[in-house]
Design a binder for this molecule. Structure first.
Ligand code: X90
Length: 276
Protein backbone atom coordinates (compact mmCIF):
# COMPACT_ATOMS: atom_id res chain seq x y z
CA UNK A 1 0.00 0.00 0.00
CA UNK A 2 1.43 3.35 -0.82
CA UNK A 3 -0.11 6.65 0.21
CA UNK A 4 0.68 10.15 -0.89
CA UNK A 5 2.35 12.33 1.70
CA UNK A 6 1.81 16.08 1.62
CA UNK A 7 3.24 18.63 4.01
CA UNK A 8 3.40 22.39 4.20
CA UNK A 9 6.84 23.87 3.65
CA UNK A 10 7.48 24.49 7.34
CA UNK A 11 8.74 20.88 7.38
CA UNK A 12 11.73 22.11 5.31
CA UNK A 13 11.14 19.15 3.00
CA UNK A 14 10.34 20.41 -0.46
CA UNK A 15 10.92 17.16 -2.27
CA UNK A 16 11.43 13.56 -1.37
CA UNK A 17 12.99 10.86 -3.52
CA UNK A 18 11.24 7.54 -4.04
CA UNK A 19 7.96 8.75 -2.58
CA UNK A 20 4.66 10.17 -3.77
CA UNK A 21 5.32 13.45 -1.98
CA UNK A 22 4.14 17.02 -2.42
CA UNK A 23 5.10 20.17 -0.58
CA UNK A 24 2.58 23.01 -0.18
CA UNK A 25 4.42 26.32 0.21
CA UNK A 26 3.87 29.03 2.79
CA UNK A 27 4.84 32.55 1.76
CA UNK A 28 7.06 35.09 3.46
CA UNK A 29 5.95 38.64 2.72
CA UNK A 30 8.27 41.65 2.83
CA UNK A 31 6.47 44.88 1.94
CA UNK A 32 5.19 44.30 -1.59
CA UNK A 33 7.46 41.33 -2.19
CA UNK A 34 6.52 37.70 -1.78
CA UNK A 35 8.95 34.86 -1.16
CA UNK A 36 7.25 31.58 -1.96
CA UNK A 37 8.82 28.80 0.09
CA UNK A 38 9.47 26.38 -2.74
CA UNK A 39 12.47 25.02 -4.61
CA UNK A 40 13.00 28.27 -6.48
CA UNK A 41 13.54 30.31 -3.34
CA UNK A 42 17.04 31.58 -2.61
CA UNK A 43 16.77 31.31 1.19
CA UNK A 44 20.08 33.05 1.91
CA UNK A 45 19.18 36.00 -0.28
CA UNK A 46 15.81 36.24 1.44
CA UNK A 47 17.35 36.25 4.92
CA UNK A 48 19.87 38.88 3.78
CA UNK A 49 17.21 41.11 2.28
CA UNK A 50 15.03 40.78 5.37
CA UNK A 51 17.85 41.81 7.67
CA UNK A 52 18.48 45.01 5.68
CA UNK A 53 14.89 45.99 5.11
CA UNK A 54 12.72 48.25 7.24
CA UNK A 55 9.55 47.10 5.46
CA UNK A 56 6.81 45.28 7.28
CA UNK A 57 7.23 41.52 7.11
CA UNK A 58 4.83 38.67 7.70
CA UNK A 59 3.92 35.20 6.47
CA UNK A 60 0.87 33.61 4.96
CA UNK A 61 -0.24 30.01 4.90
CA UNK A 62 -1.42 28.02 1.89
CA UNK A 63 -5.13 28.30 1.12
CA UNK A 64 -7.71 25.58 0.56
CA UNK A 65 -7.06 25.60 -3.18
CA UNK A 66 -3.31 24.96 -2.68
CA UNK A 67 -4.05 21.90 -0.56
CA UNK A 68 -6.68 20.69 -3.05
CA UNK A 69 -4.07 20.84 -5.81
CA UNK A 70 -1.74 18.68 -3.71
CA UNK A 71 -4.50 16.12 -3.01
CA UNK A 72 -5.50 15.88 -6.69
CA UNK A 73 -5.26 12.34 -8.04
CA UNK A 74 -4.48 10.72 -4.67
CA UNK A 75 -6.55 7.80 -3.45
CA UNK A 76 -4.96 7.72 0.01
CA UNK A 77 -3.19 10.73 1.37
CA UNK A 78 -1.67 12.02 4.60
CA UNK A 79 -1.24 15.76 5.05
CA UNK A 80 1.14 16.91 7.77
CA UNK A 81 0.83 20.51 8.97
CA UNK A 82 2.52 23.02 11.23
CA UNK A 83 0.83 23.53 14.63
CA UNK A 84 -2.76 24.72 14.23
CA UNK A 85 -2.23 27.14 17.11
CA UNK A 86 0.29 29.31 15.27
CA UNK A 87 -0.91 29.02 11.67
CA UNK A 88 -3.99 28.59 9.53
CA UNK A 89 -2.34 25.75 7.56
CA UNK A 90 -4.18 22.99 9.40
CA UNK A 91 -7.61 24.64 9.12
CA UNK A 92 -7.12 25.15 5.37
CA UNK A 93 -5.99 21.53 4.93
CA UNK A 94 -9.06 20.21 6.80
CA UNK A 95 -11.36 22.35 4.66
CA UNK A 96 -9.60 21.07 1.54
CA UNK A 97 -9.97 17.50 2.76
CA UNK A 98 -13.74 17.96 3.16
CA UNK A 99 -14.07 19.56 -0.27
CA UNK A 100 -11.94 16.86 -1.86
CA UNK A 101 -13.91 14.02 -0.31
CA UNK A 102 -17.16 15.60 -1.51
CA UNK A 103 -16.17 15.00 -5.09
CA UNK A 104 -13.89 11.96 -4.53
CA UNK A 105 -15.93 9.82 -2.19
CA UNK A 106 -13.63 6.79 -2.48
CA UNK A 107 -10.51 8.68 -1.49
CA UNK A 108 -9.04 8.75 2.00
CA UNK A 109 -7.36 11.79 3.48
CA UNK A 110 -5.95 12.21 6.94
CA UNK A 111 -4.73 15.61 8.11
CA UNK A 112 -2.24 15.52 10.95
CA UNK A 113 -1.72 18.59 13.11
CA UNK A 114 1.90 18.20 14.21
CA UNK A 115 1.36 20.72 17.06
CA UNK A 116 4.94 21.50 16.12
CA UNK A 117 6.91 22.26 13.00
CA UNK A 118 10.18 21.72 11.08
CA UNK A 119 12.12 18.61 12.07
CA UNK A 120 9.25 17.14 14.08
CA UNK A 121 7.21 17.14 10.86
CA UNK A 122 10.22 15.56 9.17
CA UNK A 123 10.06 12.68 11.67
CA UNK A 124 6.34 12.21 10.99
CA UNK A 125 6.94 12.19 7.25
CA UNK A 126 9.70 9.60 7.62
CA UNK A 127 7.41 7.50 9.81
CA UNK A 128 4.71 7.61 7.14
CA UNK A 129 7.23 6.57 4.51
CA UNK A 130 8.31 3.63 6.64
CA UNK A 131 4.72 2.54 7.29
CA UNK A 132 3.96 2.81 3.60
CA UNK A 133 7.04 0.74 2.77
CA UNK A 134 5.99 -1.94 5.24
CA UNK A 135 2.61 -2.18 3.52
CA UNK A 136 0.68 -0.96 6.56
CA UNK A 137 -2.92 -0.04 5.66
CA UNK A 138 -4.22 3.53 5.82
CA UNK A 139 -6.24 3.38 9.05
CA UNK A 140 -3.56 1.44 10.87
CA UNK A 141 -0.93 3.89 9.65
CA UNK A 142 -2.96 6.78 11.00
CA UNK A 143 -3.14 5.11 14.39
CA UNK A 144 0.58 4.33 14.36
CA UNK A 145 1.60 7.84 13.37
CA UNK A 146 -0.61 9.43 16.04
CA UNK A 147 0.99 7.18 18.64
CA UNK A 148 4.42 8.09 17.30
CA UNK A 149 3.63 11.81 17.73
CA UNK A 150 3.25 11.24 21.46
CA UNK A 151 6.91 10.27 21.60
CA UNK A 152 8.43 13.03 19.49
CA UNK A 153 9.51 16.42 20.82
CA UNK A 154 10.91 19.68 19.49
CA UNK A 155 13.39 22.16 20.92
CA UNK A 156 14.80 25.38 19.53
CA UNK A 157 17.75 27.61 20.24
CA UNK A 158 17.10 31.13 18.97
CA UNK A 159 19.22 34.27 18.88
CA UNK A 160 16.33 36.49 18.02
CA UNK A 161 12.59 36.18 18.47
CA UNK A 162 11.85 39.42 16.64
CA UNK A 163 9.92 37.98 13.75
CA UNK A 164 7.96 35.65 16.01
CA UNK A 165 6.98 38.59 18.23
CA UNK A 166 6.26 40.99 15.36
CA UNK A 167 3.82 38.46 13.98
CA UNK A 168 2.15 37.69 17.27
CA UNK A 169 3.52 34.15 17.60
CA UNK A 170 5.23 34.86 20.89
CA UNK A 171 4.78 37.66 23.42
CA UNK A 172 6.94 40.79 23.20
CA UNK A 173 8.04 40.23 26.79
CA UNK A 174 9.50 36.87 25.84
CA UNK A 175 11.06 38.29 22.68
CA UNK A 176 12.85 40.99 24.68
CA UNK A 177 14.85 38.35 26.57
CA UNK A 178 16.56 37.37 23.35
CA UNK A 179 17.03 40.97 22.29
CA UNK A 180 20.13 41.22 24.46
CA UNK A 181 23.35 40.52 22.60
CA UNK A 182 24.68 37.02 23.15
CA UNK A 183 21.53 35.75 24.86
CA UNK A 184 19.80 32.79 23.33
CA UNK A 185 16.42 31.44 24.16
CA UNK A 186 15.95 27.70 24.38
CA UNK A 187 12.33 26.75 23.94
CA UNK A 188 10.10 23.84 23.15
CA UNK A 189 6.85 23.10 21.34
CA UNK A 190 4.34 22.79 24.18
CA UNK A 191 1.80 19.95 24.31
CA UNK A 192 -0.82 22.23 22.80
CA UNK A 193 1.42 23.53 20.04
CA UNK A 194 2.76 26.86 21.22
CA UNK A 195 6.36 28.01 21.50
CA UNK A 196 7.22 27.78 25.18
CA UNK A 197 10.49 29.47 26.18
CA UNK A 198 12.25 27.52 28.92
CA UNK A 199 15.74 28.93 29.39
CA UNK A 200 17.77 31.97 28.51
CA UNK A 201 21.40 31.14 27.91
CA UNK A 202 24.51 33.23 27.51
CA UNK A 203 26.27 32.09 24.37
CA UNK A 204 25.72 29.31 21.91
CA UNK A 205 27.73 26.66 23.75
CA UNK A 206 25.53 27.08 26.81
CA UNK A 207 22.38 26.98 24.69
CA UNK A 208 23.43 23.75 22.98
CA UNK A 209 24.30 22.14 26.32
CA UNK A 210 20.97 23.20 27.74
CA UNK A 211 19.19 21.74 24.73
CA UNK A 212 21.15 18.50 25.07
CA UNK A 213 20.13 18.19 28.72
CA UNK A 214 16.48 18.79 27.81
CA UNK A 215 16.67 16.11 25.12
CA UNK A 216 18.08 13.59 27.58
CA UNK A 217 15.57 14.61 30.26
CA UNK A 218 12.73 13.95 27.80
CA UNK A 219 13.95 10.38 27.38
CA UNK A 220 16.02 10.34 24.20
CA UNK A 221 17.76 6.98 24.09
CA UNK A 222 19.71 7.12 20.86
CA UNK A 223 16.95 6.88 18.25
CA UNK A 224 16.29 9.42 15.53
CA UNK A 225 17.16 13.07 15.92
CA UNK A 226 16.72 15.68 13.19
CA UNK A 227 18.29 19.13 13.11
CA UNK A 228 17.31 22.11 10.97
CA UNK A 229 19.33 25.30 11.12
CA UNK A 230 19.28 28.76 9.61
CA UNK A 231 22.79 29.50 8.36
CA UNK A 232 24.39 27.79 11.33
CA UNK A 233 25.90 24.49 10.15
CA UNK A 234 28.59 24.61 12.84
CA UNK A 235 26.07 24.65 15.72
CA UNK A 236 24.16 21.82 14.06
CA UNK A 237 27.34 19.77 13.73
CA UNK A 238 28.38 20.57 17.30
CA UNK A 239 25.01 19.52 18.64
CA UNK A 240 25.12 16.32 16.62
CA UNK A 241 28.49 15.44 18.15
CA UNK A 242 27.31 16.25 21.67
CA UNK A 243 24.49 13.76 21.25
CA UNK A 244 26.74 11.17 19.61
CA UNK A 245 29.07 11.37 22.63
CA UNK A 246 26.19 10.11 24.77
CA UNK A 247 24.52 7.81 22.24
CA UNK A 248 27.00 6.90 19.48
CA UNK A 249 24.39 4.83 17.62
CA UNK A 250 21.88 7.68 17.24
CA UNK A 251 20.45 8.31 13.78
CA UNK A 252 21.05 12.05 13.29
CA UNK A 253 20.50 14.13 10.17
CA UNK A 254 21.06 17.80 9.55
CA UNK A 255 19.32 20.01 7.00
CA UNK A 256 18.96 23.70 6.29
CA UNK A 257 15.76 25.55 7.05
CA UNK A 258 13.85 26.61 3.97
CA UNK A 259 11.94 29.90 3.80
CA UNK A 260 9.30 29.74 6.52
CA UNK A 261 11.49 28.32 9.27
CA UNK A 262 14.36 30.62 8.29
CA UNK A 263 12.09 33.61 8.66
CA UNK A 264 10.94 32.67 12.16
CA UNK A 265 14.03 30.90 13.52
CA UNK A 266 16.19 33.72 12.06
CA UNK A 267 19.89 33.63 11.33
CA UNK A 268 21.75 31.34 13.76
CA UNK A 269 18.60 29.54 14.87
CA UNK A 270 18.56 25.78 15.37
CA UNK A 271 15.47 23.60 15.56
CA UNK A 272 15.78 20.00 16.65
CA UNK A 273 13.33 17.13 17.03
CA UNK A 274 13.76 13.60 18.26
CA UNK A 275 11.97 10.44 19.30
CA UNK A 276 11.99 9.50 22.99
O1 X90 B 1 0.48 30.76 8.86
C1 X90 B 1 1.57 31.35 8.88
O2 X90 B 1 1.71 32.45 8.38
C2 X90 B 1 2.75 30.66 9.51
C3 X90 B 1 3.00 31.01 10.92
C4 X90 B 1 4.08 30.19 11.60
C5 X90 B 1 4.49 30.64 12.96
C6 X90 B 1 5.50 29.84 13.70
C7 X90 B 1 6.67 29.33 12.94
C8 X90 B 1 7.79 28.75 13.76
C9 X90 B 1 8.97 28.35 12.95
C10 X90 B 1 10.65 28.66 14.85
C11 X90 B 1 10.41 28.22 16.20
C12 X90 B 1 9.74 26.91 16.47
C13 X90 B 1 8.52 27.01 17.36
C14 X90 B 1 7.71 25.78 17.50
C15 X90 B 1 6.43 26.01 18.19
C16 X90 B 1 5.41 24.95 18.09
C17 X90 B 1 10.14 27.85 13.69
Amino acid sequence: MSYRIVSDSSSNILKLDNADYKSVPLTVVLGEKQFVDDENLDVRAMVEEMSKSKEKCSTSCPNVFDWLEAFKGASECFAVTITSNLSGCYAAAVQAKNDFLNSNSDAKICVIDSLSTGPEMELIIEKLQELSGEGVGFEEAEKAVREYLEKTHLFVSLESLNNLAKNGRVSHTVAKIAGVLGIRVVGTASEDGYLEPIHKCRGEKKALETMKNEVLKKGFKGGKLRIAHCENPSAAEKFKNMILEVYPESDIKIRECTGLCSFYAEKGGCIIAFEA
